[in-house]
Design a protein around this ligand. Structure first.
Ligand code: ADP
Length: 496
């Protein structure tokens, strides 16, 4: 309590820069975090403001907007800053409006062909310059942050640009996924007029190209990633994506802070996407959600058959190839599987074809469907997350709250949040396996199915343990306040 009081007394001005934030625009966990963490900081009475690109979808969903600032002095493009509120919270939002770059339909990073937008180098350079200008109070907003919190490669240029300012706020950079780096051609870097001072091996250069994420990794006053285990892993060659050397050099500035879950959105007691609400004390609603889910996705009604869910990006990171490899054997069991996702077209196609062979047992829905994601969390008995690496992972945290036991690989945030059945019924919350191989995955799923079938009392107990786990954002938000304090102290002590 004393700690919280200290934070409240020291109200901070925080500029939170991200390329997506739920409910305005979301492609994955970053969107969940950028929607929930600013709201949690706001609840801790911090003066936090969110800044995002003015994508068409975000403009449509935000509601009332006013023009806060008209253009930037040092940018060749006309640019407006629009001001609104993050729906569902009181957090002020600034949208960086450059229609040429952001007023387009669809995914923020990818065109309809599934490839990166060809002008991503320009789009996130323009965004970073706007964030820098707001951070330095050069947009006529009469507000200057104490700390700028940047997230992933799309905002990586911001700490690098700020490092060149004679006086500046502190900067924090959060790694949500190190594998996505925003590497652009050196010619783009020069064409965009980005500063030569930060072009070096210690700076933005990456094997002759420019790496936007390195701007964050090399120049932020403090770094963090979204789980303690991933913070360790990324310092090794196996997970460091060729950036482990830099991360080792900055190891005294790198910490792990586990993401929270936004229980305003993800709680089976009041989830607006569910036909039936339930709690640990009364699980009938979960059974009713299972029946409803079977009907919704086109599986036979079968209360006693274990239902396995998977929601996520269909990419190698998530172990989709492992799932594909075990499905033919798994579907010989009395089991149902429902998969929702989009991503690599080859995985989308292979899963769809495979499911077509087992319509009574397996349904695959390709696309992004927020409501169905919630209903799978609620209606399934087991949730599959065999990721090769996982910075934090939110779906397994949601699964815990929904009493849907997660089956996860022991890596990153999955290792930090799920306790294997073998650790005893007093502690267990799910199933954990080690090797990223089809036999290891099949073995753990069969083990889970055996417990489901043979030990309903033990199952109920483990479901109770899972649902009692508390990953609310408040604790993580307090850890971020400590991180901001450290960044401010470091920034005051000189350049990073
Ligand atoms: P990542 O950020 O690596 O994609 P996370 O588990 O951290 O993975 O977060 C994924 C978030 O995105 C969750 O809220 C999940 O429900 C959501 N999500 C992923 N794919 C889909 C989809 N196809 N439809 C709806 N929601 C999805």
């Amino acid at each position: 309590m004393a700690k919280i009081t200290a934070h409240l007394a020291k109200n901070k001005k925080i500029l939170f820069a991200a390329s997506e934030a739920h409910p305005l625009i979301k492609t994955g966990g970053l969107g969940d975090v950028a929607g929930a963490l600013p709201a949690a900081l706001h609840d801790l009475r911090q003066d936090v403001r969110l800044i995002l690109p003015a994508y068409r979808d975000a403009m449509r969903d935000i509601g009332d907007l006013k023009v806060a600032s008209l253009r930037m002095q040092d940018d060749p493009y006309p640019l407006r800053l629009l001001e609104g509120k993050l729906p569902g919270s009181g957090v002020p939002v600034w949208l960086v409006d450059s229609p040429l770059h952001f007023d387009r339909a669809g995914n923020p990073y990818l065109g309809a062909d599934g490839r990166d937008w060809p002008d991503n180098a320009d789009r996130y350079a323009i965004f970073a310059r706007a964030v820098r200008a707001v951070a330095l109070n050069q947009m006529g907003l009469a507000w200057q942050p104490d700390v700028v919190h940047c997230n992933d490669w799309q905002t990586g240029l911001v700490p690098a640009l700020l490092s060149l300012a004679p006086t500046r706020p502190a900067s924090v950079f959060t790694i949500h996924n190190l594998a996505y780096q925003g590497v652009v051609a050196a010619t783009d870097y020069r064409r965009l007029g980005l500063p030569a001072e930060v072009w070096s091996v210690e700076g933005l250069e990456f094997y002759g190209q420019a790496s936007y994420i390195k701007g964050g990794l090399a120049y932020a006053d403090m770094l963090n990633t979204v789980s303690p285990t991933y913070a360790e892993e990324i310092r090794t060659p196996a997970f460091g994506c060729q950036l482990e050397g830099l991360l080792q050099r900055r190891t005294d500035r790198l910490v792990g802070i586990l993401n929270g879950a936004d229980y305003r959105e993800w709680d089976p007691e009041h989830d607006r996407h569910l036909p039936h609400h339930y709690s640990a004390a009364s699980l009938q609603g979960k059974a009713a959600n299972k029946t409803a889910l079977q009907r919704e996705v086109g599986l036979p009604r079968a209360p006693e058959v274990p239902l396995i869910g998977l929601v996520g990006r269909l990419v190698e990171q998530k172990g989709v190839d492992l799932v594909l490899a075990i499905l033919p054997a798994l579907l010989q069991q009395p089991v149902q599987v429902v998969i929702l996702g989009s991503g690599d077209p080859a995985f989308e196609k292979a899963l769809t074809i495979l499911a077509g062979h087992y319509p009574q047992h397996c349904q695959v829905k390709i696309g992004f469907d927020e409501g169905l994601a919630h209903r799978i969390e609620a209606g399934a008995d087991l949730f599959l997350m065999p990721s090769r690496y996982e910075p934090c992972g939110l779906n397994q945290i949601y699964s815990l709250r929904y009493g849907t036991l997660p089956v996860v690989r022991r890596t990153g945030g999955l290792a930090d949040t799920v306790t294997d059945w073998s650790e005893g019924l007093a502690r267990a919350t799910g199933f954990v396996f080690d090797a990223a191989t089809p036999p290891a995955l099949l073995e753990v799923v069969l083990r889970a199915l055996q417990h489901y079938r043979d030990d309903p009392v033990g199952w109920r107990r483990v479901v109770g343990n899972a649902m009692a786990r508390d990953y609310s954002w408040r604790r993580s938000a307090e850890a971020y306040l400590d991180l901001y304090q450290q960044a401010i102290a470091r920034a005051g002590a000189g350049k990073p």
